[in-house]
Design a binder for this molecule. Sequence first.
Ligand SMILES: NC(=O)c1ccc[n+]([C@@H]2O[C@H](COP(=O)([O-])OP(=O)(O)OC[C@H]3O[C@@H](n4cnc5c(N)ncnc54)[C@H](O)[C@@H]3O)[C@@H](O)[C@H]2O)c1
Length: 443
Amino acid sequence: MNYSEKLQNVTVLGAAGKMGSGILLLTAIEMADLSLLPENKGKLFVLNAMDTSSEALKGLMKYLKTQVLKAAEKKVIALRKVYEDRADLIDNSEIIDQYVEDVLFIVRPTTNLEAAYESTVIFEAIKEDPELKVKIFTQINQNNKKSPWFCTNTSSIPINVIDSKANLGGRVLGVHFYNPPAIQKLVEIIKTENADMELVEFANMLAKNLKKIVVPSHDFAGFIGNGHFMRDAQYGIAQAEKLMATASFPEAVYMINKVTQDYLIRPMGIFQLIDYVGIDVCQYIMSVMNPYLADENLHCDLLDKMLEIGVRGGQNSDGSQKDGFLKYEKGRVTGFYDLNKKAYVAVDEFQANCDSKLGNPPASVQPWKAVVGNKKKEEVFVAYFNDLKTFDSMGAEIARNYAKRSKEIGLKLVSDKVAFSENDVNTVLLTGFFHAYGPINNY
Ligand SMILES: NC(=O)c1ccc[n+]([C@@H]2O[C@H](COP(=O)([O-])OP(=O)(O)OC[C@H]3O[C@@H](n4cnc5c(N)ncnc54)[C@H](O)[C@@H]3O)[C@@H](O)[C@H]2O)c1
């Protein structure tokens, strides 16, 4: 496998989307760096940024320019070496400008799928619609004479289903970046039983060059990341519904969200995470995974209800959070949705009452921010979870059960042979979800 040759003509499908734009940025820089190697002098590198929205492609090119500029500024010393035979480039700013020009030169924004007919590698990040993905892959495969490799970013569709439906003969791999791809370190690589091993080698090499942490996952709907997250979310929703026997809807959501963040020392509560990913995206991923699950029903009526009302969460194009279960103003949570009133209720109206119902966590608790980068965090968690074990409060009890369920989900992913090891499950939660500790632990 000639890595550099394979990356000479590439297409990113859905390039203007959340995931596609990040994958495009990473690929553009990797390809430009290859194109600047002495042995590749004179070779044309082409990266098609394909998306159906021409408006979004315009925004994408702006984003790309800004991000490449930042990347160039960071590696200006290395770039000096790259351009050492260019006597005309003297100041740092000239080197940076040249690099930005060289990266942008290889990127071709397009709304035509035909651009992919010449590519050797196709990265796909269009919406999570199995039929659409299969249709597009089939079309490219039938018209591209180069037997291209397909790297799909699907969050939930088994890769073998795409492979057999689009008749790709093993030339497709799950290369599951996390959001945002340029920043998140984790990439899950999912291969089918008949995967082209050269493609697997290529994807691993690419991930290594992009300085990603690779976790292999078996080819099972949802893989490791969503295999854990979707069940964790379903459990959180069920716990909130249970609380609704004695609390209003916004109160119940508030309490479960608080326990999952503060008592479990996670970066955000489960309802905030659902909002972040998008209520619609979560519902859709569950619906794609569910038919493949023999012994459980991965579905939440509550998500359906929220979507019927039009509450979806997700992000605005500037990256700010849209309202979902929670209301966000300038990055702060100011309210919680009330299903009965069909409106948000200010959090101040019920926060004190709910906090007193939950009780305080043990005094050894630390906020996620304080502990996540702590080299001695293991000691913190051992002490805290020890205290939590016998702590008598409603919040502590919910937290204990939640942690137990999260561990069960992790262990099931291993026993169901979705994950290769307990360590892989923990790595996905630590790196893809920024948890400070893995769910499979002995705390
Ligand atoms: N958002 C996440 O957190 C996340 C994380 C990991 C994986 N994923 C997966 O990545 C994929 C993309 O998700 P996203 O969140 O970036 O979606 P998105 O809606 O932000 O982007 C999808 C892009 O695809 C474009 N598109 C739609 N139909 C197209 C077509 N026929 N041809 C070309 N482009 C088309 C849209 O215009 C849009 O720009 C999905 O499979 C999703 O499951 C998402």
